[in-house]
Each structure stands twice: as C-alpha cells, then as structure tokens.
Design a protein around this ligand. Structure first.
Ligand code: GTR
Length: 330
C-alpha cells in the first residue's frame, strides 16, 4: 500500500471513529405516544424523561414526544406497543385490563386508602406481578405515574347519595369492572374513549363521567359537567411502557439510562400532581364548577353498592389472597 493510500485510509478510519464517539452512528429516535395535552402534568414529567434520556445517553437516544393524542387514543397505543409498531407510550392501567389480569384488580373501588398506600402496594409483590404480566404481552414496564383519585361528575344534578345515580348515563373506560360498578350503583354505563367524552357531555349523549381533577380540567369536562362529587372511588395509576422490541434494541447502558430517567420522571410527577390538583381545582371552582365534598356525600350507601363488585371480580384464589393482602397492608 503506498503512503497516499495509507494516509487517506487513516483519515477515513479516524472520521468513522469520530462519528462513532459523537454517538451519531448509534443515535436513535424513539416515539412516545401521549394522549394528554401539555396542560396536563404528565407531559411535563415526560419532557423531563426526554431530556434526561438524551443527557444520560450523550444524545444516543432521542425520544420524540407526541402529545395530545397525535398518534391516536390509548387503546391504539396499547395495541401498537404490543405489535411493536410504536416504541413507547404512557397509558392508564384501565387500558390493559384484557391482557394484564392484575390491572383489573387495580380498578376495584376503594381498594387503596391513600396515595401512600397505593405506592406501597406498587413497590411490593403486586407491582412485581403487574411487571411480569406486562412482560408477557410484549411490553416492558418503565415506571408508574400518579393519577390521583377518580370521582364522579355530572351535567344536570349533583351526585350526593346512591339514588342520584338512577337513570344517569355515566361514561366509563372499557373495563368490565367500571361498567359493572355503574350498573350496581343504578346508572347506565357508556363506554367511550377519552377523546370523545367532552363532546358526549356537551351533546347530552352522557350525563356524567368520572376522573381525577387534572383530567377533568385539562380535558375541559368541567365546562359541561358542573357537579364534581369527591367520592374518590378509585386510584388507578398510569404506566410508562416501551415495546419489548424497542427495549431489546437498546444496549445495557441505554436501558439503564432509560430506567434512571423514568424513575426521575416518576418523582417529578408526584410533585407536579399535587400542584396540578390544587391549581386545577381552584380553576374549576372559579369557572363555576360545584364541588361536593366527601363529607357532604352519602358515602356509606355509595360504597356499599360499589363494593359488591368484589364478589364478582375477586374469585380466583390468587386474586383473593392478593386483594386481602392489599386491603390489610399498612
Ligand atoms: C385519565 C388518564 C388517561 C385515561 C383517562 C380516561 O385520568 O390519565 O390515561 O385513562 O383518564 O378516563 O380515559
């Protein structure tokens, strides 16, 4: 090899090395589908996730956050994750009920006494079970996010006692647990995707729905459903997922960076959640929402009906043990 050829070869190799070291050669885009708009606290937490993943991988992984349902609703995201045609998503556990049996239990009313109780349960054996069941679907659980507590809200008259449900059409997510809960309470369940609820409240297709305060406000449901009854019947967390295929395409350092960033965004979400709840509640009140506090609700009647669900959904011996452990845990 003559000197000129050798030197051009060295230059070419040096350039290739520089590209590799700068990470450009291995840089990857991952798409993250999010249904909520930027006014919802989850988007801020995801923005931190995006930033931290880029920092921790020296720009090797670039997450493209597609918020406001740009890529479709949560059912579509969950399907696409399992088909590995989408890299990442944040969805509510209610979306997972058909493929992840433990997710159904999370929707049982009054399962958790408090947010601390829920976090304690998720960090223990039950969290492991969720993680394992999710792994079987072709997805990897990165972290959970706070989703507060869900309560009922209605357009025509407030819910104060069990009989106020009579004849009311209440929107629920597509889980049989929720459908049955509304039927037991005396109402008619209407399953609708989240992005159709506002219109359905506006046109009278439904008389009410149920959600946490930041979703009630950021999705503008409060503009038509003026009565929010703080019964706090469920606390169903959100989950951040990556498809198994996308996960396996990351090297161990990149996977570690992803887990670290996800854990950091979980911590931020807890803080943002508390702030968003207070801010959005004040906004809803200021704009005319009528808040019915728990003390003003006939809770014993409402609870008694809703709790009848347990006998239908907690029959399997493993589930019985699990639910009992959750209810009795500190
Ligand atoms: C929100 C939750 C969404 C979705 C929505 C709904 O609180 O963040 O993921 O589950 O409720 O009611 O469909």
């Amino acid at each position: 090899m003559n000197r000129r050829v050798r030197s051009s070869l060295s230059i070419a190799l040096l350039l290739a090395m520089a590209v590799l070291q700068s990470g450009t050669a291995t840089a990857r885009d991952l798409v993250l589908a999010e249904a909520h708009p930027p006014t919802h606290p989850i988007v801020k937490s995801e923005e931190l996730l995006v930033r931290r993943v880029a920092e921790l991988t020296n720009g090797e992984i670039n997450i493209q956050l597609k918020h406001s349902g740009q890529l479709g609703n949560e059912d579509a995201a969950w399907k696409n994750i399992r088909a590995a045609s989408l890299d990442m998503t944040r969805i509510n556990f209610a979306t997972l009920v058909n493929e992840v049996p433990a997710a159904k239990l999370l929707g049982l009313p009054y399962l958790f006494r408090s947010r601390d109780h829920m976090w304690h349960v998720l960090s223990g054996d039950f969290g492991k079970r969720l993680e394992n069941e999710i792994a079987k679907t072709g997805a990897v659980l990165l972290t959970y996010y706070d989703s507060g507590t869900r309560s009922f809200y209605t357009t025509k008259k407030p819910i104060r006692v069990r009989s106020d449900f009579d004849g009311q059409k209440i929107r629920v997510q597509g889980s049989p647990v929720y459908k049955d809960m509304i039927t037991l309470l005396g109402g008619t369940p209407v399953v609708l995707p989240y992005d159709k609820v506002l219109d359905a409240l506006r046109t009278g297709e439904i008389d009410g729905a149920e959600n946490n305060i930041p979703s009630y406000v950021s999705a503008e449901h409060y503009k038509y459903a003026r009565y929010y009854s703080f019964d706090e019947h469920s606390s169903v967390p959100e989950v951040l997922l990556i498809s198994k295929k996308s996960w396996d395409s990351l090297n161990p350092e990149q996977q570690k960076a992803m887990m670290t960033a996800a854990a950091e965004s979980n911590v931020l979400m807890k803080k943002l959640w508390a702030e968003a709840e207070a801010r959005d509640l004040a906004k809803a009140k200021k704009e005319g929402a009528v808040i019915i506090e728990k003390n003003d609700l006939g809770m014993s009647g409402i609870e008694a009906y809703a709790l009848k669900l347990y006998s239908k959904y907690v029959t399997d011996p493993t589930d019985l043990k699990t639910v009992l452990t959750i209810l009795q845990s500190k």
